[in-house]
Design a protein around this ligand. Sequence first.
Ligand code: HEM
Ligand SMILES: *[C@@H]1O[C@H](CO)[C@@H](O)[C@H](O)[C@H]1NC(C)=O
Ligand SMILES: *[C@@H]1O[C@H](CO)[C@@H](O)[C@H](O)[C@H]1NC(C)=O
Ligand SMILES: *[C@@H]1O[C@H](CO)[C@@H](O)[C@H](O)[C@H]1NC(C)=O
Length: 343
Amino acid sequence: MAPPRVGLLLALALCLAFARADAAVRELRVGYYAQTCPRAEEIVRRVMARALAREARSVASVMRLQFHDCFVNGCDGSVLMDATPTMAGEKEALSNINSLRSFEVVDEVKSALEEQCPGVVSCADIIIMAARDAVVLTGGPNWDVRLGREDSLTASQEDSDNIMPSPRANASALIRLFAGYKLTVTDLVALSGSHSIGEARCFSIVFRLYNQSGSGRPDPHMDPAYRQALDALCPLTGDQNVTGGLDATPVVFDNQYFKDLVHLRGFLNSDQTLFSDNEGTRRVVTQFSQNQDAFFRAFIEGMVKLGELQNPRKGEIRRNCRVANGGRPPLEKQVAPFRVLDF
Ligand code: HEM
Ligand SMILES: *[C@@H]1O[C@H](CO)[C@@H](O)[C@H](O)[C@H]1NC(C)=O
Ligand SMILES: *[C@@H]1O[C@H](CO)[C@@H](O)[C@H](O)[C@H]1NC(C)=O
Ligand SMILES: *[C@@H]1O[C@H](CO)[C@@H](O)[C@H](O)[C@H]1NC(C)=O
């Protein structure tokens, strides 16, 4: 009996050794799919352009997925997974429920890619390419994306709940959170500039309109005319799913967001705090409000760094972004349509 058991132990040890080797950080590179799916980036761009034509906001919604994917156990497509009877999904996490949207655009990209080169392009990489395209298609800068990520086998609602910042967050909390990912104050401010496109719900700002920090008063760092407009959009007892633009030009990627912050017209508390509550972030906000090229350069650097956050676990190339290849089919779940009102 002894030799087989030794053999078994040896096999087990080898398996563990290989599992460890698999867990090595992957080398991402530009042009990763050049041989295996040469038209991949072109296909993603085309589907994103179609989504933009259908609904301008949708590309911003897809871009946001990069933040919510990469901060929670690395850029591994976990945010795209539907809940199963045995796994709570990140889609229902505090920051995501009734908020993250346009998953159907990612599905559309995935279908187009599966048709062209089945089983090759990861959902995690789709998010990275699509986020870049969202910026380009709305007037922002272009850059090369490094690819080669794998998709996770699981998602973690709990990790998302513990990690993702609240719209109430102040500058010092945000600086600390980002520093934990080796993202600098400049990265934080530049990446917050992604709020140059897209919208947010009244739900995310009623506290600062009517009861900032439990004071029973509005946030003092608001331009009075802007606050009046927000009060009208978001009355205390109104529908908190109503949305407004995150800056004055929510379908154009530009430095308007920073000009708005300087004029105390930031939508979220987590936006305005970068100008109003911290010397270090204020300096960068002011610089970006005056120099769009500087913003664009720093934004690219921030997006590349954000995209480098990896899940060290062995993954797979999901066939369907919503479900692990070995997993159960997703629950049939009807998501109620978002009510969109232009601010
Ligand atoms: C700095 C910390 C951040 C906080 C506290 C934050 C918070 C939020 C909140 C509360 C919303 C609106 C949610 C809602 O009301 O439904 C939002 C929207 C958005 N966020 Fe952030 N965010 C942050 C950073 C980022 C980053 C780094 C990115 C991208 C790289 C990003 C991209 C977006 C986009 C594009 C939208 C609009 C989405 C849409 O229109 O559907 N955010 N964010
Ligand atoms: C910022 O927020 C953190 C966490 O909520 C809090 O502990 C801290 O007191 C706040 N800092 C300032 C300057 O308001
Ligand atoms: C404001 O918030 C504080 C603390 O969260 C709470 O005690 C108070 O009742 C709130 N006031 C109003 C008018 O909602
Ligand atoms: C927003 O809409 C969703 C879906 O219809 C609903 O479940 C939720 O309670 C609404 N949220 C708010 C803050 O009104």
